[in-house]
Design a protein. Structure first.
Lengths: 562, 265
């Protein structure tokens, strides 16, 4: 009995050792002969290095109204080699991602490819449904999609973002480095069930910075609506409006017409996507006369009360300059501005001479970029005195023969409005809540001269001025109309049918806090700045002044609606 | 011979391994002793054979005060005490550790099995908990990423819902109109309007239970109407929302820095 038990024990021991030996052999086999293959399989199945996409920063207005935000999305991709039934998959996936099943089938049926995008930047809300289907061979690559919740608002200014998350235009392009952040890289080790058991950030993700603009969404909205009305009334080729705080150079609105849906900029024509405020150079016409007069005042060549006996025309070399509205007779300097006298301004310009005139034009910032943090800013065209023809001094003082941008006009007039300090316009107010550096200004005219010009510009909106019909009860306004013929590239000279109508206005005239520039390119029907652009400025100011809680000069007049 | 060693030797006749006298000397204080006759202890079953070397022994110190000879005018060079550095001492200690009786007792006892088992189980448990922790971190990070994405989607949705254009369209559908730009102005500051604003904030106007009747009045008058008729409001006390709330009727307006004092009519 005892020996039987001993024999059984021995047998069991032998079996046990045999199994142990087998296991050992197998382990040795896997650990040596098959190790390479297994290691490779383990790495591909268990270890994955994934990209952690950086969240693109948000763009908001000065009050935090979101103008551009990023929404989680996924790129839907497929490995056709792993898809057994492309027809079935195409029919299931197509409706979810919004691609016709036929188009999808073409991609899925191509078995020679191991990777194909089915649809990019599909909103996460839709891909969640796809995720639940758990179809083998269909992958979701996390990404983000830029959306503009205010749709049309400031679309030309904001620009757009490409499918790979690069800023392609506007502020999205100009501040792409700040906004985009840096994607991270994460190494994930998963167990047999697919659960992450180890997770290490090889490179930390850095989210993009949030950019807060100086824009005010309400004023921007109003400016765009007013431009829409101008567009409807005069069917121009384009129009732009700038609203600025002349004290700081902060841009409160930069509007363009025609409007473009920022979510679908690709569908808009090129000219509609242009931010005309900074990129469109035009001959300013009479709005430029204020700078000629300001230079002459600072040079002490004239005073506001200097009287000129003006003929109805003036001959400069081979060119005869005449008044737009007939002979004006005797005018003082203030009257020249108020009535927008061409002959009077050319007379003042001739007193300055080409060199001094050129110096003053450049002191006001024309002929170079203003330095605003917007992309593609045009510098305009200002000829040097050496390039002047004999008649140049008959053209330039009245804003012909040179080209400026609406933004240059705004900064130049802001210098007059704020007491003589030329300061670059500013659009970015803060980054992640940290205020950006305010651009430094430099004095270009004395406060006295600036005050004199402001007072003279009040006359433009007074009785007898070129924009006398423009008024806002209770507020003193100042401004200057401009009606400039456009150059005719076909016949040479200036066109008799194509004009740029503009108006620059600010209020309150004695201590300006809001400055508005409206430029209308090729209005149809009426082309005078006082009739096309000035009422638009009035409507913008009517909203902006009380909205910004700017006290009227005469509260009683507000009450009476005078 | 130490007691366990003696026991072992007695039981199995095995000779307990001992450290050499030199090593022990080094451990015990590192005293440099003069060379002495080497001796070897060996034996079986407790029998010891002592073999003495032929080298002459050093003269033994005569007991009594050491200064005796010095006092007698004879200078004696005493062996100088030397302390070995810490490193070699530690090495020596470590090398003799297995021979220590405490260690021997512990290793040979049954407690050792328990200690080893505890350490092994602890090791495995630690590894498992580490894996669990990693898995937890992994799932938490994945969950946080998912939540961040959901949050981003919701934020985008909120932005779209807040769109001015959408709100204006909704308001127009409800029959509301934008007040003409020139009709917006501010009210003068004053206690009455401040009270009205406070009442507006608390939603007391439409709730008769919370309405505060004025002293001497049978019917509580509408404080907003009273305020509009006679007062104004300070800019400090008024938020944008308040101004907007007060402007739902066209006769109310927004104010001008607290300095302005007109109503819209």
């Amino acid at each position: 009995m005892g020996s039987l038990i001993e024999r059984r024990i021995s047998l069991l021991t032998v079996v046990f050792f045999a199994l142990l030996a087998l296991a050992g052999l197998r382990a040795a086999w896997l650990g040596t002969v098959s190790s390479g293959k297994l290691k490779q399989a383990a790495v591909s199945q268990q270890v994955a290095t994934v990209e952690v996409p950086a969240r693109r920063g948000t763009i908001t207005d000065r009050h935090g109204v979101e103008l551009a935000v990023s929404e989680p999305a996924d790129d839907v991709a497929a490995n056709p080699m792993l898809i057994d039934d492309p027809v079935r998959v195409a029919n299931r996936v197509g409706p979810i991602v919004g691609v016709p099943a036929k188009e999808m089938l073409e991609k899925l049926a191509d078995r020679d490819r191991g990777f194909v995008y089915l649809k990019r930047l599909v909103p996460a809300a839709r891909t969640r449904r796809l995720e639940k289907l758990d179809i083998e061979g269909i992958d979701l690559i996390p990404s983000s999609r830029r959306i503009y919740p205010q749709k049309f608002l400031a679309s030309q200014l904001l620009g757009s973002v490409g499918i790979d998350g690069d800023g392609l235009g506007g502020l999205e392009y100009a501040h792409d480095k700040l906004l985009r952040g840096r994607s991270g890289e994460r190494r994930i080790v998963r167990d047999a069930l697919g659960e992450a058991i180890s997770l290490r950030d090889e490179r930390a993700m850095r989210a993009g910075r949030n950019v807060s603009l100086t824009l005010d969404a309400a004023i921007q909205d109003r400016a765009e609506k007013v431009l829409g009305e101008v567009g409807a009334a005069f069917s121009p080729k384009g129009a732009t409006a700038i609203v600025m705080d002349p004290r700081s150079g902060e841009l409160l609105a930069v509007a363009n017409w025609p409007r473009v849906d920022a979510n679908e900029t690709g569908k808009a024509p090129d000219y509609a996507r242009t931010d005309r405020a900074a990129q469109f150079a035009y001959e300013p016409g009479s709005t430029f006369k204020a700078f000629t007069v300001a230079g002459a005042l600072q040079e002490r060549l004239v005073t506001p009360r200097t009287v000129f006996h003006l003929p109805s025309t003036i001959q400069v070399a081979d060119r005869t300059i005449e008044e737009a509205h007939g002979g004006l007779g005797t005018l003082d300097t203030a009257g020249i501005l108020a009535k927008s006298s061409n002959v009077g301004t050319v007379t003042i310009g001739l007193q300055m001479g080409p060199q001094r005139f050129d110096r003053w034009v450049r002191r006001f910032g024309f002929g170079r970029e203003t330095g605003v943090d917007l992309p593609g800013e045009a510098s305009g065209i200002v000829p040097r005195p050496a390039e002047y023809s004999g008649s140049s001094m008959g053209n330039l003082p009245i804003g012909q023969g040179l080209a400026v941008t609406p933004l240059q006009m705004a900064t130049g007039y802001a210098a007059i409005a704020n007491g003589g300090i030329l300061r670059p316009a500013r659009i970015v107010k803060s980054l992640d809540g940290e205020a950006t550096e305010r651009p430094r200004g430099r004095r270009i005219v004395s406060a006295r001269v600036a005050g004199s010009v402001r007072q003279m510009l009040e006359g433009v909106l007074s009785a007898g001025g070129t924009a006398e019909e423009v008024s806002i009860p209770g507020y003193r306004l100042a401004g200057k109309t401009g009606t400039a013929q456009k150059p005719d590239p076909v016949n040479g000279g200036y066109s008799d049918t194509k004009y740029v109508a503009s108006f620059v206005g600010f209020a309150p005239a004695r201590a300006p806090r809001v400055l508005v520039v409206v430029m209308v390119d090729e209005p149809v029907g009426i082309h005078l700045g006082g009739a096309v652009a000035a009422p638009a400025v009035q409507r913008i100011l009517e909203f902006a002044l009380p909205y910004l809680r700017i006290a009227p000069d005469d509260p009683a007049a507000v009450a009476q609606g005078l | 011979m130490s007691p366990p060693a003696a026991t072992a030797a007695g039981r199995g006749g095995k000779t307990a391994k001992r450290s050499s006298p030199k090593k022990r000397a080094a451990v015990k204080g590192g005293l440099a002793k003069p060379p002495r006759a080497s001796s070897r202890v060996s034996g079986r079953n407790g029998a010891r054979t002592v073999r003495r070397s032929a080298a002459p022994r050093a003269a033994r110190r005569v007991s009594g005060p050491s200064g005796g000879r010095a006092a007698a005018g004879v200078a004696v060079a005493l062996p100088r005490t030397q302390v070995a550095p810490l490193g070699p001492r530690l090495v020596a200690f470590a090398s003799t550790l297995p021979d220590r009786s405490v260690v021997e007792r512990m290793v040979r006892g049954r407690v050792w099995i328990g200690v080893l088992a505890f350490l092994l189980i602890g090791l495995v448990a630690m590894q498992v908990s580490l894996l669990k922790l990693n898995a937890g971190i992994g799932s938490a990070v994945e969950r946080s990423s998912a939540l961040e994405r959901a949050n981003g989607a919701l934020r985008a949705q909120v932005s779209q819902l807040e769109s001015g254009e959408r709100i204006q369209a909704g308001a127009a559908a409800l029959g509301m109109v934008m007040p003409p730009a020139g009709q917006i102005s501010y009210l003068r500051s004053g206690a009455d309007v401040d009270g009205a604003v406070a009442a507006l904030r608390e939603g007391r106007f439409n709730d008769s239970a919370h309405a505060i009747p004025l002293p001497g009045a049978d019917d509580p008058p509408d404080p907003l109407a009273a305020a509009l008729a006679g007062g104004g409001m300070t800019e400090e006390g008024v938020t944008e929302e308040d101004a907007a709330a007060g402007e739902t009727s066209e006769e109310a307006g927004a104010g001008a820095e607290g300095e302005t004092s007109t109503d819209g009519e």
